[in-house]
Design a protein. Sequence first.
Length: 200
Amino acid sequence: MNIVTPKRFTIDEYHRLIELGFLQEGESLRDGKAERIELIRGELIQTVAKGTSHTFCKTRLCRQLDRLLGDRAVIRGQDPITLPNHSEPEPDVVIARGKDEDYLPHHPYPEDILFVIEISDSTLNYDQTTKLEVYAEAGISDYWIVNLNVRQLECYSQSYQNAQGEFNYLSKQIFLPHQSVAIPGFADVLLDLSRIFPQL
C-alpha cells in the first residue's frame, strides 16, 4: 500500500520559495488573484479574505495601540513572526520589544514578542484551536482574540504543556466592549475596548 504524506516545509525552505518567486511574502497567486499564505507547522495554509468589520477593527486597534504605546514597543500588523515549530504565521497584530530596525535582519522570534492578537469572525474556531496551540507551544505568554462574533476580547495567558503533550493556556479572561484591559508588559496602560469594537 502506498501512503501519501503532505510535503512539510522548514522555515528556511519557505523563505527560499519566497526568494525564488514562488510565493510573495505571505502571498501566493491563484487565478491571477493574491491569496495570503501562512506557514503553520510546516504546511502552507491559505487564509481567508478579511471582511470589512475585521479590517475596521484592526485599523482602530493598531491606531489605539500606537497612541498608547508610542515608541515603547513595535506594533506590527499582519506581518510574519518566526516560531520554532516550523511556523511563520502572520497575526493580525503583534506587539514586540525594541525598535522597528531590530526586525530588519529577521522577523520577531518568540522571545521578542510581548503578545499576539488575532481578530476573529469566520476564523474563530481556527484561532481558538490551531493558532492558540501554535502560539502556546512557542512560549508566547499572552494571546488575545478579538471575537467579533460575540463582541468580546478573549485574553489567554500562561502557556503550558499538559501530560498528553498538548499546548494551551492556563488562564482565559473575557472582557466586554464597555470595559478596559491592561496591556501585557505595560500594566500602567489601559486599552478602552469601546474604541476597538465596531458600533452596532
